[in-house]
Design a protein around this ligand. Sequence first.
Ligand code: PA5
Length: 417
Amino acid sequence: MAIKLDLRRLEAIKSTDHFKILKDKALKYAKEIENDNSIGFTHLPETSRYIEDAETISLKLPDGIDTLLVLGIGGSALGTKMIANCFGEHLKRRLIVLDNVDPDTVKSISKKINPQKTCINVISKSGSTVEPISLFKYFFNLFRENLGEVEALKRTVITTDPEKGNLRKLATSFNILTLEVPQNVGGRFSVLTPVGIFPLYYAGVDVSSILRGALKQKKEGVEQAITGSIVDYMFYTGGKNIKVMFIYSDRLYTFGEWYLQLFAESLGKKVKKNGEEIRIGATGVLAKGVTDQHSQVQLYKEGPDDKLFVFFRLEKKHDVIIPPAFDQDKGFSYLTGKTFGELMFAECEGTIQALENDGRPVILYEMDEITPENMGRLIYLFELQTAVAGFLYGIDPFNQPGVEEGKTIAKKLLGYN
Ligand code: PA5
């Protein structure tokens, strides 16, 4: 397996009756989820149509474009950000994902782009989310002032619901290039739809390999996904209200951001599917290895025993070597000849063992390397795991009424009716 799940000292839970009962249920739920056509994300690994759509749209965009500016938020941005952060340095076009409305950032990005050489991809499934819409108004206007309306329109791609919403209406009235977000895929499960596939394809990411990885994971990785969901369930219901994701890879840090959104919006719920009030959901916390060892680990080891720790690391890499400098000082020479990969690995292992020595529950994911195929595997693994965990809790992992309420109130405050 390209992604290994190691339960470490928790391995013994697999032989408990509780685990076995949950495993039977989780397997049944995984099948239900994968066979249900109203749950779209499980069918995306086999859906190459979105790559064809991305290619068609790309060919219609003007020549000489070196930057794609993606305007979206939440599920409409985090998947693209995650992959862009993994492969950003090697892309044929610069990919900027703007998912905040901080005026300083807006100003700074407008200075960094040349409208002549930039396209805008505004993404909003609902077509009405205030952040991407206001950013779109701003950047479209900037392009119009620089290039005129016709050229600005040629540099715009809208990704939204196939039928509903204000962005769809706008796309039709102005004859803007448009991509569809399938109605049966929710925002946070949508990275393998045009939401992620178009920007990533246009920037030069090997999206076919991402889909291939997701499909391999779908075929080979159900056991891994359900094990993860059972661990989540058992430890949350056993009092671990906080789940810490400790990521030992800067390139994968945005995977943590993507995953924690998926986790929080899918599993943080007030009611069960049957309407019974439940108020459920662990709080996800992201930690950066090794940096946060020096800020959070003291609390994690010696503070309240209310956390499940999920470590994520790459296999030991032997690339950047620590050279023989200052070796006359014996206190430093033990590092000479070691690689930074080995250093990171040892620090990760040290932290895990320190936590385990205090009885803290730790599980570990290990990936051999960061490739598009492995990222596809990762996406599918954690999407299925999250959906199955939702079913174990008896909640609907695909809605987000709490987020919607906040969106509606904000719009009213801004004068929308
Ligand atoms: O996962 C979700 O559904 C949310 O995070 C949405 O993606 C987010 O609120 C943005 O919504 P929209 O794509 O409708 O603008």
